[in-house]
Design a binder for this molecule. Structure first.
Ligand SMILES: CC(C)(COP(=O)(O)OP(=O)(O)OC[C@H]1O[C@@H](n2cnc3c(N)ncnc32)[C@H](O)[C@@H]1OP(=O)(O)O)[C@@H](O)C(=O)NCCC(=O)NCCS
Length: 392
């Protein structure tokens, strides 16, 4: 009787908790940050107070790295930057040699980041802020470089490791990926994509990094958590899937039929549409879309731009019927951008990671060295069997 009474009491308590439950933690304020402000009413967001619209016009990805990580632009530090990864190239190459070329590049990337961490982070490593900041700075430049090395390894290209271009992450990524120096326009587009993807408040992968940082794990382990989360098709993986569906659609006239069939499957989500925060539209879309148009025109291949446009228009038309919009997100537009830049589809998410690494590292630093941030530890609504005897 007593047990039943206690259980009933527990049930009542649980019911109260249920009223506080927020599926997907929507609109829950899960911590404080000085790094990013999302402002849907102004169709804008800000990196430490700087509008993304302005940064997209005036900044480079390198400026954004320093803004996100250190809230300023210490030119001297930039010039004196030494990527620590290069001291450990042999370990990176040896690890690559043991990997399976059928694995997804995001999984290889996670392995390489762990390899790098294992090289520099020993059992008795001290985690003083200065050393961790150096790792953070190195990582923000290294992920793009690793993406390039991986591309060459997948394609069995030689040399695997090419000389690094120090003045621009975007130029370096394209150089490694394509094996030739990009022109200014290509470099500008890659730089823009890196800036737009660099940071986005408490998105899933950044939250994973913050959660790991709140447990005071090392920066490499935290970044591996971010990579594993970003890889998911609801998150960073969406840009790869958006391009795959555009290739299946083949031309704009097929869009209606394709979307109707695609969305017939219960629970189907069209890649490149929808957002957990934005209901009116993703502010990154109007920034990137005109550039995709221009690139398409320059390349004399407007098919992918037109398919993306037709997808947007048809989803808007369906929204009118259903009285609820599901606007396009940035992944719909970076898909044709990368495609036209000649990037193979499995590298779209590693390129996302090459940008978001800046946000991840900034959030890691914000959490890890602030003793006031508690370990993140929510509670669950238990819906399993009630306590019962185990009969052996
Ligand atoms: C991003 C995403 C995970 C946000 O999810 P969310 O806010 O939790 O939205 P839900 O999945 O709960 O969907 C809410 C409603 O909008 C609809 N919806 C959301 N995104 C949709 C999409 N991409 N295609 C079709 N319908 C979608 C759902 O059908 C659902 O309708 P219902 O209530 O009638 O079932 C989701 O939109 C998605 O999976 N998008 C595709 C992947 C993608 O592009 N990710 C990159 C995001 S930047």
């Amino acid at each position: 009787m007593v047990i039943v009474f206690v259980l009933n009491k527990r049930r009542i308590k649980m019911t109260n908790k249920k009223s506080q439950q927020r599926p997907g933690l929507r609109d829950v304020i899960a911590g404080e940050t000085k790094i990013c402000l999302l402002d849907e009413t102004r169709q804008d967001f800000y990196y430490r107070g700087y509008s993304i619209k302005e940064l997209a016009q005036k900044a480079t990805f390198e400026d954004v790295i320093y803004i996100l990580l250190f809230d300023d632009d210490p030119l001297e530090e930039r010039l004196s930057l030494q990527s620590q990864l290069f001291l450990h190239r042999d370990a990176i190459v040896n690890t690559l040699r043991t990997q399976n070329r059928n694995a997804h590049p995001m999984d290889i990337l996670a392995t390489l980041i762990r390899t790098f961490g294992n090289e520099v982070y020993s059992l008795d490593a001290t985690e003083d802020q200065e050393s961790v900041e150096k790792f953070a700075l190195s990582l923000t430049f290294d992920v793009g470089y690793l993406a390039g090395i991986m591309k060459r390894w997948y394609e069995r290209r030689r040399p695997l490791i090419m000389p690094e271009i120090y003045d621009s992450v975007a130029k370096n990524i394209l150089y490694q990926m394509k094996g030739r120096k990009p022109d200014e326009f290509e470099e500008h587009l890659m730089d823009l994509a890196l800036i737009l993807y660099a940071e986005h408040e408490f998105n899933a992968s950044t939250f994973a990094v913050r959660l790991a940082a709140s447990a005071h794990t090392d920066i490499f382990s935290a970044i591996v958590c971010g990579i594993g989360t970003l890889r998911g098709s609801r998150h960073g993986g969406a840009n790869e899937n958006a391009m795959r569906i555009m290739l299946e659609i083949k031309n704009p006239e097929n869009v209606r039929k394709y979307v109707n069939r695609f969305l017939k499957t219960p629970g189907a989500r069209l890649p490149g549409f929808g957002h957990a925060v934005y209901t009116q539209g993703d502010p990154r879309v109007p920034i990137i879309k005109p550039w995709v148009k221009e690139l398409s025109e320059r390349k004399r291949d407007t098919r992918w731009y037109e398919i993306a446009l037709a997808l947007e228009e048809y989803m808007a038309e369906r929204a009118k019927e259903k009285n609820r919009g599901i606007p396009a997100n940035i992944d719909l537009w970076t898909a044709p951008l990368y495609y036209l830049l000649g990037i193979p589809i499995p590298f779209y998410t590693p390129l996302f990671a090459s940008a978001r690494i800046a946000g991840w590292c900034a959030h890691y630093l914000e959490v890890r060295h602030n003793p006031k941030v508690p370990i993140l530890r929510p509670r669950a609504q238990y819906i399993g069997p009630q306590p019962r005897p185990f009969l052996s």
